[in-house]
Design a protein around this ligand. Structure first.
Ligand code: PMP
Length: 321
């Protein structure tokens, strides 16, 4: 068995005010995240590029984090600037001591639980949330290869819009995919498409991109709004509406999206080819547009860094004259 501490050098993580090696990060067993799954999380990509690293759509990830804590009655432990600063600190610690290379894409994992208290279901008064931040290398899958998916009935609770750490329903669906040599399980609730175990699902029919509407039945991925924007840029018609199981099975293309997958074409569903059984034209256009969006954000981050550097150099020069 591989212990977390066997990973060398060990990642450095943030837990409740301290930066520590992963194997030394400890939470008490009465943490409500452990006892009740009473907490939320967020996962944001941090792409490496010439001259640095920049978070992709971090403002949207932090807004979703704020919504998630708000929906379960936890006071957000940090404002956006505080979260950004914290992520920067964890990245810097891992580039110095934790084995993260400057040229490696990474993922920021943030978890907030209600905190530690004597066991009892209702919210205890006056406890501090537990805050955990981890940054690990991101290895994107090969988008040129289509993935195979299976399908199942969505039996999760009806607050799927909260990015809760209570992920048992999603875990069971991911395991179902793994046992069937599939990449992902696509779920239907009462004959209508919801989402994957850890991704949003998109359907292409007649050149139109369809997605299940934003609702409590799905987690609104940060790629949801992004893909909507990219369709406009690419001149692809987009429509959010209910998609039946029969429609999905007759799709020209199916696409899954998430922070760790970006966009991926589904070429087989339950053993049957999707459309022509190979990545389609709408996928290709969205994939290219996604890469352009990453490049644009990296360029903007670099320009901002250079401007900041310029201001710092100028004030240093002023101090030395
Ligand atoms: N739905 C579920 C259930 C997920 O776990 C994820 C991944 N976080 C998504 C959708 C996609 O969200 P995002 O694009 O923000 O990664």
């Amino acid at each position: 068995m591989t212990a977390v501490s066997d990973v060398s050098p060990e990642p450095i993580v943030y837990l409740n005010g301290e930066l520590v090696p992963l194997s030394e990060a400890r939470v008490p067993v009465l943490d409500r995240g452990f006892i009740f799954g009473d907490g939320i999380y967020e996962v944001a990509p941090l792409y490496a590029h010439a001259g640095g690293r920049s978070a992709f759509r971090l403002a949207q990830h932090l807004a979703r984090l704020a919504r998630s804590v708000g929906k379960i009655g936890i006071a957000n432990p940090f404002d956006d600037a505080g979260w950004r600063d914290l992520i920067d600190r964890v990245v810097a610690a891992n580039q110095t001591h934790g084995g993260l290379r400057a040229d490696q894409d990474a993922l920021a994992y943030i978890q907030v639980t209600r905190g530690v208290a004597k066991r009892g279901h209702a919210f205890p008064a006056g406890i501090q949330p537990t805050v955990f931040v981890m940054v690990t290398p991101l290895h994107l899958p090969d988008a040129a290869q289509g993935v195979h998916c299976v399908s199942a009935e969505d039996r999760r609770w009806l607050n799927c819009d909260i990015k809760s750490v209570s992920l048992l329903g999603n875990v069971l669906m991911a395991q179902y995919a793994a046992e069937n040599d599939a990449f992902e399980t696509i779920q239907f609730r009462d004959g209508v498409l919801t989402e994957g175990s850890s991704s949003n699902v998109w359907m292409v029919k007649g050149g139109v991109l369809y997605a299940p509407p934003r609702s409590h039945k799905i987690l609104e991925g940060i790629r949801y709004g992004l893909i909507e924007e990219l369709t406009a840029e690419c001149g692809i018609r987009f429509e959010a509406r209910e998609i039946t199981e029969a429609e999905l099975r007759a799709a020209d293309e199916i696409i899954v999206s998430s922070a760790t997958k970006e966009v991926l074409p589904v070429t087989r569903l339950d053993g049957q080819p999707v459309g022509a059984g190979k990545p389609g034209a709408v996928f290709a256009a969205l994939y290219a547009a996604y890469q352009r969006a990453k490049a644009k954000q990296a360029q903007e981050a670099q320009t901002a860094q250079q401007a900041q550097q310029g201001v710092e150099n100028e004030s240093r020069e002023r101090l030395t004259v």
